[in-house]
Ligand binder design. Structure first.
Ligand SMILES: Nc1ncnc2c1ncn2[C@@H]1O[C@H](COP(=O)(O)OP(=O)(O)OP(=O)(O)O)[C@@H](O)[C@H]1O
Length: 305
C-alpha cells in the first residue's frame, strides 16, 4: 500500500513544480494507472516513491514506512521497473541477479531457485549467458522486471513498461501484473496512453503539469466522454439526414451516420429511432457509444489549461 500525501517536487525553483501537491494512494490488490502526457510528472512520482529522489515537501508512505525517514524498510517494499532500463552492459543476467539477490539476503540454493524461476517467468531462460549489451530493449525490460521483483516487494511500479513492447511482450506484462494483483500486491502502471491501461487498471489517476486532474474508477471508464450516436438506416436519404440533424451534428458516410454534440438528454435518445421508424426508415444500427478514451483524455487536459 502506498500513500502519496500532498507531495511536491521542485527540481529548479525557476521552473514550475514537476509534481505539485499530489495526493493519491495505491491499495493492496489494486492496479492503479498513472496517466499523463510527456513531462506530466509520472516518472518523478515513481522515482520519489521508490526512494531514488526526495520530495521537496509532502510525505510518501510505503506499507506504513516513510520513504524518507524509514528509507531502508520502505524502499525494500518497492520494486521499480524504469522506463528505459540500463544495466552494466558486460554483465550477464545471472551475474546481475546474483548481485541483486544479495540486497535481500537471498543466498545459495534459495537464491539460485528464485533467480531461475524469475528468469524463466520473464522468458529469458534461453539467454542466461548472453551479455546484457546484446539484449534488445524489450529483453532489457523483461530483465528489469525480474530484477525488480527478486525481493518479492509488496508494491511494484511499472514506468511506461508497455511502451515499445511487441504484442507478446505486452501480453506478458499484463499477465504478470494480473498475477501480482491476485497475490495482493499494490501495482502502479504509468502511461501516456489512457486506452492502453483501461482494461487492466482498477483506477486511473490523470495528472497534468504535476497536478492531479481526475481519478477515474474502472466502473466509470466505459461511460467516459461524450456520447456519439451511430445510426445506420437502410433507405437513407437527405430527408433522413434532416431528421438526424435535429438531434445534433450529423456526419454521414454512405448510409452510416454519427450524431455528435447531442441536443437532447441521453434519456430522450429513444425518440430518434421512434421518429425514424414513424417516417418509414428501416434502422440497421442504432448505437449510442462513449467518445474514445483518448479523445476524453485530451479534452480533459485541454480543458484544464
Ligand atoms: N532531473 C531533472 N531535473 C530537472 N527537471 C526535471 C528532471 N527530471 C524531470 N524534470 C522535469 O520535470 C517534469 C516532469 O518530468 P517527468 O519525467 O516526471 O514526466 P513524465 O510524466 O514521466 O514524462 P515522460 O512520459 O516524458 O517520461 C518535466 O518538466 C521535466 O522536464
Amino acid at each position: 500500500m502506498i500513500d502519496i500525501e500532498s507531495v511536491t517536487k521542485i527540481y529548479t525553483p525557476k521552473n514550475p513544480p514537476a509534481v505539485d501537491n499530489l495526493e493519491f494512494s495505491i491499495k493492496d490488490g489494486e492496479i492503479l494507472g498513472l496517466v499523463g502526457l510527456n513531462g506530466a510528472g509520472k516518472t518523478t512520482t515513481i522515482r520519489m516513491t521508490s526512494g531514488i529522489i526526495l520530495p521537496t515537501s509532502g510525505r510518501i508512505m510505503v506499507d506504513g514506512y516513510d520513504i524518507v525517514q524509514d528509507k531502508v524498510k520502505a524502499a525494500a517494499n518497492v520494486g521499480w521497473i524504469p522506463e528505459l532500463p540500463n544495466f552494466e552492459p558486460n554483465a550477464t543476467p545471472l551475474q546481475l541477479m546474483n548481485y541483486f539477490a544479495g540486497f535481500y539476503n537471498l543466498k545459495g540454493k534459495e537464491a539460485e531457485e528464485r533467480i531461475m524461476s524469475l528468469l524463466e517467468q520473464v522468458g529469458l531462460k534461453e539467454h542466461l549467458h548472453k551479455k546484457l549489451r546484446s539484449y534488445s530493449q524489450g529483453m532489457k525490460k523483461r530483465f528489469s522486471i525480474a530484477e525488480s521483483i527478486i525481493g518479492d516487494p509488496q508494491n511494484v511500479m511499472f514506468d511506461e513498461t508497455l511502451n515499445g513492447l511487441d504484442p507478446e511482450g505486452v501480453l506478458f506484462v499484463r499477465n504478470l501484473m494480473m498475477k501480482l494483483k491476485k497475490r495482493g500486491k499494490a501495482i502502479l502502471l504509468s502511461s501516456h496512453i489512457l486506452s492502453e491501461i483501461q482494461d487492466m487498471a482498477d483506477r486511473v489517476v490523470i495528472i497534468d503539469h504535476g497536478k492531479l486532474i481526475k481519478t477515474i474508477k474502472r466502473s466509470e471508464m466505459k461511460t467516459l466522454g461524450k456520447t456519439v450516436v451511430h445510426v445506420t438506416v437502410e433507405n437513407f436519404n437527405a430527408d433522413c439526414k434532416k431528421i438526424l440533424a435535429k438531434y445534433g451534428d450529423v456526419e454521414t458516410k454512405d448510409n452510416e451516420s454519427m450524431i455528435r454534440d447531442l441536443k437532447i438528454p441521453e434519456t430522450d435518445l429513444p425518440s430518434i429511432p421512434d421518429e425514424l421508424v414513424k417516417s418509414g426508415y428501416r434502422i440497421v444500427r442504432f448505437d449510442p457509444v462513449g467518445e474514445s478514451l483518448e479523445e476524453y483524455f485530451f479534452n480533459l487536459i485541454g480543458g484544464m489549461k
